[in-house]
Design a protein. Structure first.
Length: 229
């Protein structure tokens, strides 16, 4: 949705720019045909009203002021737009990149042909039971510990993102299938402090795949979900 809105804004900005250029050209040729400043000066002397001849240069100065004002407001709007777009890419509970951010990253991978890319879907069963018995605060601490263990297994160019309730996505650029399988096993071996959970079990399941082309990327998440079944 955001990409569609941005395309519409770019299109409207292009046509607004064309309209301004046409307005400038038409105004220029009209002023070539009619000497407006001399005409105003002549009218001011005939009518006896002072200041009419100064209208045009005053409007020119005013247009420069409005141009500076419009540029500053455009910069403010651009900064606000980027901030709003950034917020739309972050999950509010975990402050991790969300599903939309993952889709954008994978679209960029496809556009730049940066294959292969390893993708892992981590599924955690038992969070809802813990939430209902121990409350949201405990869940938040558990998620922090889980994300800590996941992050320890990742390098600087690899990303962990929130996918949906109880699921996280890891995007690993340049990771071959064998390396993805190794990382999958390390994720499945993650254990959480049992005392904190008061005996409530957590089960880690992980689906992994390395993508080498656009066709595999289009079917990626269906394949990952099928692996978890």
């Amino acid at each position: 949705m955001i990409d569609v809105i941005k395309q519409q804004i770019r299109k409207r900005m292009f046509w607004d720019l064309i309209a301004l250029i046409l307005l400038f050209v038409v105004s220029y040729f009209l002023f070539l045909l009619f000497n407006v400043i001399d005409w105003l000066h002549h009218i001011s002397h005939e009518v006896g009203v002072r200041g009419i001849a100064e209208v045009i240069p005053t409007l020119c100065v005013l247009s420069l002021g409005f141009s500076a004002y419009a540029y500053r407001r455009w910069q403010d709007t651009k900064a606000f737009s980027l901030y709003a777009e950034e917020l739309s890419m972050i999950d509010p509970m975990t402050n991790l990149p969300n599903r939309r951010a993952v889709q954008r990253i994978l679209n960029q991978v496809n556009e730049n042909k940066e294959y292969p890319v390893g993708v892992l879907l981590v599924d955690i069963e038992g969070l809802e039971n813990i939430r209902s018995l121990l409350g949201q605060t405990v869940i938040e601490h558990v998620l922090i510990e889980i994300l800590y263990h996941i992050s320890k297994e990742l390098t600087g160019d690899q990303l962990v993102a929130y996918w949906q309730a109880g699921q996280f996505i890891c995007v690993c650029p340049g990771l071959e299938q064998g390396d993805v399988e190794t990382l999958k096993k390390r994720f499945e071996a993650i254990s959480i402090n049992k005392d904190k959970l008061l005996g409530q079990p957590l089960k880690f399941s992980c689906a992994a795949s390395s993508v080498y082309n656009k066709a595999e990327l289009e079917n990626l998440f269906t394949e990952l979900e099928d692996q978890l079944i």
